[in-house]
Design a protein around this ligand. Structure first.
Ligand code: SAH
Length: 244
């Protein structure tokens, strides 16, 4: 009898200890702030807001998208730094500020449909997808198109549609687009992309060869109005455009 009571007591104290441990683990998870959450807030504060980005939709999207999940694992620690990073296949994910600047210049509405040329890691498309209704993105390198599509699925970016192909031709089945963003550098804007831009639409592109000028176009009365924004460096656009 005495032994039974002892055993019961032991069992009871073990259970109490266990529930305490589980309780502690729970509390820790709820209050846990990871290094990337801190780094992301700092990135937005020091690189984005400090340089004059004011569109709250852009700021909130940059606060929300987990950039470290869009870079190769070995570069995760550098994901929130103030520069572009390699993503394989000799391509790069753009500097966070340039992503924010290009997005802001597109003056996006919730109901907009956007076309991106140059999916790369998918980071820019993920930012756009939090601000607009639908994002169509085209990538010419099959392995990048595939890994970006998997990433969108895994992270729940369900309003992003990926196609592997030459972005020169655009996505006629889904046109017209309220905004077009080209994240590789062509010497001139491909004609099909101008045609697929809606009336009142905006198109942003790094224009040029070795060095480029970030250029914004607005379509008004069927014509394009051009504004030069800043000197930039992007990887060149490949494919059909090289033959022209
Ligand atoms: N927006 C990307 C970065 C783009 S890097 C991101 O957020 O990570 C430029 C990308 O454009 C590269 O992945 C490159 O393969 C792609 N590209 C180059 N020429 C292209 C073309 N003609 N059509 C579609 N994608 C192209």
């Amino acid at each position: 009898m005495y032994l039974n009571i002892l055993l019961l007591r032991k069992l009871f104290s073990t259970l109490t200890l266990l529930s305490l441990i589980i309780g502690c683990a729970d509390t820790k998870n709820k209050n846990d702030v990871s290094w990337h959450d801190i780094a992301r807030k700092e990135m937005v504060h020091n690189q984005i807001v400090a340089r004059g980005i004011i569109d709250t939709n852009v700021i909130n999207a940059m606060l929300s998208v987990e950039r470290h999940k869009f870079v190769p694992e070995e570069l995760e620690r550098l994901a929130y730094n103030d520069y572009p990073l390699p993503i394989g296949e000799e391509q790069t994910i753009s500097q966070p500020y340039i992503v924010a600047l290009m997005t802001e210049k597109l003056t996006l509405q919730n109901s907009d449909k956007v076309l991106e040329i140059g999916t790369g890691s998918g980071y820019q498309a993920a930012i756009l997808s939090l601000i607009t209704q639908e994002v169509y993105t085209i990538e010419i390198i099959p392995s990048l198109a595939q890994s970006a599509a998997e990433r969108f699925k895994e992270l729940g970016y369900n309003n992003v549609f990926v196609k592997c192909g030459d972005g020169f031709l655009g996505w006629p089945e889904a046109a017209p687009f309220d905004a077009v963003i080209i994240t590789c550098a062509p010497p001139d804007v491909p004609q099909p992309l101008i045609e697929q831009l809606a009336e009142g639409g905006r198109l942003i592109v790094p224009l040029g060869e070795d060095f480029q000028v970030l250029t914004l176009y607005k379509k008004a009365d069927g014509k394009l109005e051009r504004t030069d924004i800043a000197p930039v460096r992007f990887v060149p656009m490949k494919g059909i455009i090289e033959e022209q």
